[in-house]
Design a protein. Structure first.
Length: 444
């Protein structure tokens, strides 16, 4: 009877302690990987959607926005919640089978990617961790083995949340990941894994040397040092010539990377991006998909910028005909430049998105629809451009704290019966034993 009462919360198989330890270890590691994978993809649904588009393009399938974004939300939520349930021991059999089903799909998919290389990387960890295609495949082999083990032996490891409360863990986990995805989709990801984070500069560095430089390498006392032709050391001082090489100048092709702006065929990045004062960048990675209904809001934002001595420009991905159509429909007074759609997406998510820089440093970025202003010239609108910024790190921190507290409460409630069994009940048995001894003494 005692074993049947405990088996609800502890491992039902106590024959092999080693197998129990392996199961706990596998469950923890597998759950952590699923949580991390679902979280980093879910926090940036736009980035995950772009990766889905790459897959569909490689397969020759159409990429419709609405079905793709629904699939992105569903996949990230399922991955995250499967990991949480594995870690907490919720729905032990179902979560183990779910992990095996996911890996049964992912393993052949990543094998196809590794063999045929249709995309640069699988995107399994979003932009947070980029693995080679073969590394991704072998990682999934290990995860598949772990999922098989859990499908077979999941009940060897007990649950941290009792079955009666597991539906609450389901609701709390679902709300947490869906809220994070929604914020990332409507505004910006709460964690930015891309090169142009808030606080980094978007202005290219100053050009100091346009020509290749010949560098000479000398060695002295086991220490190698580089010298230019103007500062060669004296070999009488113990320096020995080792090698020479060329260092490319700033105009080398490998230097022309990152966010670049073009006017026709001319690169105008250094002339347009301001290193002093405030500047507002309107980014549109797909000009054809920008709703004409946004033109009033955009033009209103431009007027507000002019009144506050803030330079506003637009960077769009599109051909000359797309730009001409946009100019006919929106009648813009701001300058429009072209940029690569990938580099635009690296700077900010959304179509369109707004990025405010001060002295060339990114101060904030938001999707335009996330700025809750219909008319920027309304009297109650603030004159401070920083009033449109959001504290993404603070929002994420509060969400994580709230989620961990609620999960911790569920775990604590689940452990109360065990506390009663292992602390209160033994004490009661000890008291009953003392009473029995006293009664026996009295009877004697």
């Amino acid at each position: 009877m005692q074993y049947s009462r405990l088996s609800r919360y502890t491992s039902p198989d106590v024959e092999s302690r080693a197998a129990d330890i392996i199961t706990w270890t596998v469950r923890t590691l597998l759950g952590a990987v699923f949580i991390f994978s679902g979280f980093v993809k879910g926090i940036d649904p736009w980035g995950t959607m772009y990766k889905f588009d790459d897959y569909l393009a490689a397969m020759g399938l159409p990429a419709w926005h609405s079905p793709v974004i629904v699939a992105v939300f569903a996949l990230c939520a399922v991955e995250f919640m499967t990991g949480v349930f594995l870690l907490l021991g919720c729905f032990r059999r179902t979560s183990a089978i779910a992990s095996l089903v996911i890996m049964a799909f992912m393993l052949p998919l990543t094998l196809w990617i590794a063999v045929f290389d249709p995309v640069a990387d699988c995107g399994c960890f979003g932009d947070a961790v980029v693995l080679s295609n073969w590394a991704t495949f072998w990682k999934n082999v290990l995860l598949t083995i772990a999922a098989i083990w859990m499908a077979a032996f999941s009940r060897r490891a007990g649950c941290l949340v009792m079955p009666a409360l597991q539906w609450l863990a389901f609701i709390v986990s679902a709300l947490f990941i869906i809220v994070i995805q929604t914020i990332g989709y409507i505004s910006q990801p709460l964690i930015d894994f891309r090169p142009y984070k808030t606080g980094t500069t978007i202005v290219p560095g100053e050009t100091e040397n346009d020509e290749d430089t010949l560098v000479f390498i000398y060695e002295k006392n086991g220490v190698k040092k580089e010298f230019t032709t103007d500062s060669l050391p004296d070999e009488n001082d113990g320096w020995t010539f080792v090698d020479r090489k060329e260092k490319p100048g700033n105009n080398s092709d490998e230097k022309i990377t990152g966010f670049r702006l073009w006017k026709g065929n001319e690169d105008v990045t250094e002339d347009v991006l301001k290193s002093e004062g405030g500047q507002l960048l309107l980014l549109m990675p797909d000009l054809k998909d920008v709703s004409i209904a946004t033109t009033w809001k955009i033009n209103s934002l431009h007027t507000w910028s002019q009144r506050h001595d803030i330079d506003m420009i637009a960077a769009v991905a599109g051909n000359s005909q797309d730009i001409a159509n946009w100019e006919d429909l929106s009648i813009p007074e701001y300058e429009i430049y072209t940029a690569d759609d990938t580099s635009i997406k690296e700077v900010a998510r959304g179509n369109p998105a707004a990025v405010f820089t001060e002295n060339g440093v990114i101060r904030w970025k938001r999707a335009l629809r996330a700025i809750d202003v219909d008319d920027f010239m309304s009297p109650e609108i603030s004159d401070d451009p920083m009033s449109f910024a959001t504290d993404n790190s603070g929002i994420l921190r509060n969400l994580i704290y709230l989620y961990l507290i609620m999960t911790g409460v569920l775990i604590a409630i689940s452990f109360m019966p065990r506390v009663h069994r292992y602390i209160i009940k033994p004490k009661k048995n000890f008291t009953d034993s003392k009473k029995a001894d006293k009664n026996q003494t009295d009877s004697e």
